[in-house]
Design a protein around this ligand. Structure first.
Ligand code: HEC
Ligand code: HEC
Ligand code: HEC
Ligand code: HEC
Ligand code: HEC
Ligand code: HEC
Ligand code: HEC
Ligand code: HEC
Ligand code: HEC
Ligand code: HEC
Ligand code: HEC
Ligand code: HEC
Length: 287
């Protein structure tokens, strides 16, 4: 048994000696024949760490994508490869396009809540992230992100309540001029004055700051305006909204401006000032 092992060992060592000899002869005699051409090794070419392409270098081929990021990339204007960890690995045979493309979820949470997880339905181009095109999907979901306008339109019913959001907001974030659908109250009235009185999502709740709005009032209350303008009374110097202040339809008390004009005994008998003064817009001469 011991003898057998020894002889086997002896046989193998002799065999490997023979093999080593063979390899040695081959390598010296046939080294140049491994390839059919002569190309010297240039190991120095590989003695460096490659620098990843900069966005500008990617842009030399991807001009369109670069342009989109440049013009409307917003906060996505950082290095391409922060998103594209792998590039040029799309293979039609593997149909792996979706797999190799960056995932919003690798950096973002459900920013608009669980109802809006399908980011790319609205953010169709990640290189222009804030450009959200109008679509039936978007139009149906305005109120999931903007609760205010919907609530106002519902709480204060007006004809605007029947107008769909996207009939006015024809693209996302676009705010239409009132003149697109309305004419002004009077010639030369400016478009930017409208929202000083009308809050567009509750247009019938008309409120206004102090100022002279007489031209607007006169456009509907022509008779009152004509009367006040013609009256000899000093009320003609008072503008409509000095009396009818703050909101449409407000009726002032005379005593807001006139403190105790007559003895108490008279006012107790005639509590309504207009019982004697008759018409506030055209006070008759009393003397
Ligand atoms: C914020 C992440 C992000 C950044 C930054 C980004 N990309 Fe993309 N890119 C994506 C996503 C996501 C897609 C997949 C879009 C889709 O589903 O079609 C994509 C698609 C692409 C495509 C293929 C589709 C197409 O539009 O042609 C190219 C090419 C591309 N990106 C190049 C670039 C280059 C070049 C840069 C830098 C200059 C860059 N990207 C920066 C996220 C990004
Ligand atoms: C020398 C030209 C060239 C350069 C430089 C280049 N690309 Fe591309 N890239 C291509 C071509 C060609 C395609 C395939 C056609 C296409 O989709 O536009 C492609 C496809 C892509 C795609 C989509 C398909 C895929 O397999 O990923 C992405 C993403 C992409 N490139 C990103 C980049 C980024 C990021 C850089 C810079 C780091 C870059 N490329 C640099 C030529 C280039
Ligand atoms: C590599 C990380 C990364 C990926 C992937 C990514 N984002 Fe972003 N995104 C950011 C960062 C960072 C910001 C800026 C955040 C901030 O300022 O708080 C941002 C901002 C945004 C903004 C606001 C842009 C602006 O200019 O205000 C939108 C919209 C957005 N991302 C959508 C997406 C969508 C949709 C996807 C998928 C297609 C996506 N992002 C993929 C990192 C990423
Ligand atoms: C139903 C459409 C819709 C979906 C789905 C959607 N978004 Fe948005 N997102 C928008 C709109 C519209 C804006 C506002 C864009 C603007 O500034 O005009 C926006 C804005 C953003 C902003 C900027 C927020 C801010 O307050 O500045 C980020 C970040 C963002 N989206 C990321 C995402 C991500 C991530 C997803 C998927 C999880 C996603 N969005 C899904 C429509 C959508
Ligand atoms: C997924 C969330 C989301 C959806 C859905 C969405 N928006 Fe927005 N919207 C935003 C964000 C975020 C902004 C930018 C931040 C801001 O100004 O409130 C914005 C801005 C706006 C602005 C500009 C606000 C200003 O003060 O200038 C308008 C107008 C607007 N959205 C209308 C709409 C309408 C109409 C719809 C439905 C067709 C809609 N949005 C759907 C998220 C959304
Ligand atoms: C009759 C046209 C009209 C309709 C209908 C309408 N809007 Fe508006 N919206 C406007 C105008 C005009 C502004 C700008 C108001 C301003 O500048 O004071 C605006 C402003 C906004 C703003 C930004 C300011 C704010 O009030 O927060 C948002 C968000 C908005 N609308 C969302 C909506 C949504 C959501 C709906 C549907 C539920 C809707 N709008 C319906 C015309 C409309
Ligand atoms: C896209 C068209 C559109 C735009 C933009 C628009 N409106 Fe209207 N508005 C309407 C329609 C339609 C009605 C109903 C008209 C009718 O039945 O005669 C209406 C009615 C009104 C009414 C009467 C409401 C009622 O219930 O009687 C007021 C007030 C009004 N709009 C003010 C405005 C103001 C102010 C703006 C700008 C901030 C504006 N609208 C922008 C379409 C629009
Ligand atoms: C000084 C305040 C004021 C200004 C500024 C103003 N409005 Fe009015 N508007 C009113 C009042 C008050 C009503 C009547 C409301 C009612 O009947 O309850 C009205 C009614 C309307 C109506 C309802 C239809 C009608 O004529 O009866 C429309 C439409 C309208 N305004 C559009 C506009 C537009 C467009 C502008 C800007 C050019 C504008 N308004 C500016 C106060 C104003
Ligand atoms: C678009 C037409 C229109 C404009 C502009 C208008 N009004 Fe009126 N106003 C009316 C109508 C219609 C009524 C009667 C129905 C009602 O009470 O809403 C009225 C009623 C009134 C009333 C009486 C309320 C009551 O309780 O009897 C006063 C006061 C009034 N308006 C003042 C003004 C003043 C001040 C202005 C200018 C800031 C103005 N109006 C602008 C149409 C208008
Ligand atoms: C917003 C303030 C205001 C209100 C409200 C008001 N007035 Fe006056 N009134 C005036 C002013 C200002 C004058 C002029 C006083 C002056 O020039 O010294 C005046 C003058 C008068 C005069 C003197 C007329 C004249 O031509 O000399 C009478 C009478 C009068 N008011 C009665 C009334 C009565 C009655 C009411 C209620 C129905 C009323 N006023 C409501 C501000 C107001
Ligand atoms: C000095 C304060 C004052 C001024 C200025 C004034 N009003 Fe009045 N107005 C009143 C008072 C008080 C009433 C309530 C009268 C009553 O109870 O009979 C009234 C009632 C009204 C009414 C409802 C009753 C009617 O006569 O039709 C309208 C409409 C009106 N005013 C419009 C106007 C307009 C438009 C102007 C400007 C051209 C104006 N007012 C200027 C104090 C004023
Ligand atoms: C019983 C009738 C009567 C009643 C009620 C009455 N007045 Fe007079 N008022 C007069 C007469 C008459 C004059 C003119 C005589 C004068 O100058 O004293 C006058 C004058 C005035 C003047 C002008 C004073 C001046 O110096 O120019 C004011 C302001 C006035 N009244 C306000 C009011 C107010 C406000 C009320 C309600 C609180 C009221 N009046 C109630 C009869 C009345």
């Amino acid at each position: 048994m011991k003898k057998n092992v020894v002889s086997a060992l002896a046989r193998t060592s002799r065999l490997s000696l023979l093999l080593a000899l063979l390899i040695f002869t081959a390598s010296t005699a046939f080294a140049a024949k491994l390839a059919t051409v002569d190309i010297p090794v240039q190991a120095d070419l590989y003695a460096v760490a490659p620098v990843p392409l900069s966005p500008t270098q990617c842009a030399q081929c991807h001009t369109g994508v670069f342009g989109s990021l440049k013009d409307a990339g917003g906060k996505h204007r950082f290095d391409c490869q922060q998103c594209h960890k792998v590039i040029h690995s799309y293979n039609p045979k593997k149909a792996n396009y979706d797999e190799v493309m960056p995932k919003c979820a690798s950096c973002h949470t459900d920013v608009h809540g669980p109802a809006n997880k399908d980011c790319s339905t609205c953010h169709t181009n990640p290189h222009t992230p804030r450009k959200v095109a109008m679509s039936p999907r978007l139009a149906g979901t305005c109120a999931t992100c903007h609760t205010g306008p919907k609530a106002e339109l519902t709480q204060f019913p007006s004809k605007h309540t029947q107008v769909a959001c996207d009939r006015c907001h024809t693209s996302h974030g676009f705010k239409p001029s009132c003149f697109k659908c309305h004419t002004p109250h009077f010639k030369d009235q400016l478009a930017d004055s409208c929202t000083k009185c009308h809050s567009v999502h509750k247009p019938k709740q008309v409120t206004y700051a102090a100022g002279d709005w007489t031209a607007t009032c006169a456009s509907c209350h022509g008779k009152v305006y004509a009367k006040l303008k013609a009256t000899p009374s000093r009320h003609s110097k008072v503008s409509c909204t000095t009396c009818h202040k703050s909101k449409h339809g407000y009726i002032p008390q005379c005593t807001e401006c006139h403190k105790a004009p007559h003895p108490k005994s008279i006012l107790d008998r005639f509590p309504k000032c207009l019982a004697c003064h008759l018409d506030v817009h055209d006070l008759p001469k009393m003397k």
